[in-house]
Write a protein that binds this ligand. Structure first.
Ligand SMILES: [Zn+2]
Length: 169
């Protein structure tokens, strides 16, 4: 193909069209998929049920729909945003009102992963990181698949609701 034909086949860019219009939308989607994965993971881990989970910092049992994916390290730095060890299911009160409940969060990180992991996560969070659109696309697929994998045997919705309703008070 010579230069002329290459130019012929190149799609003209419209006026005012941005080069990478998709990154923001992909990031949002990736976050949604990640949050779903984290909350499902922690529900199963803390209650054995797919739709109820314990808040990592106050250990209250909350329906999955009311749980948030809360970061150990506040601020949405890209190197920390999708950290699987640094993000856990957390209730609204701990995540928002108590700004992450960080003292207790640190205790739980150490309990879960061992001494030093808390500071390791802090070091990682400070690093600069870029995520390319195709990487976001891979992350979205990956998190959705892993969530599906986790909930494969999840047929206990009705049971879990009736069992746990009492414990929430
Ligand atoms: Zn909480």
């Amino acid at each position: 193909m010579n230069e002329l034909t290459v130019n012929y086949f190149r799609k003209p860019r419209k006026k005012g069209e941005k080069k990478k219009p998709k990154t923001g939308a992909l990031k949002k989607k990736a976050w949604k998929a990640f949050s779903e994965y984290i909350r499902t993971r922690d529900c199963l881990k803390t209650t054995g049920l797919p739709d109820y989970g314990r808040c990592i910092t106050c250990s209250k049992i909350v329906p999955k729909t009311l749980l948030q994916a809360g970061h150990f390290i506040p601020g949405r730095h890209l190197a920390n945003l999708f950290s699987e060890k640094g993000t856990h299911a957390q209730c609204y009160n701990c995540n928002i009102n108590l700004k992450g409940n960080t003292l207790e969060y640190r205790r739980q990180i150490i309990k879960l992963y061992g001494e030093g992991v808390d500071t390791e996560l802090e070091t990682i969070a400070k690093q600069g990181k870029q995520i390319k659109p195709f990487e976001y696309e891979e992350m979205i697929k990956d998190f959705l698949n892993r969530t599906k994998e986790l909930t494969k045997g999840g047929t206990m919705k009705a049971i879990s609701a009736s069992i746990l309703e009492g414990e929430q008070k």
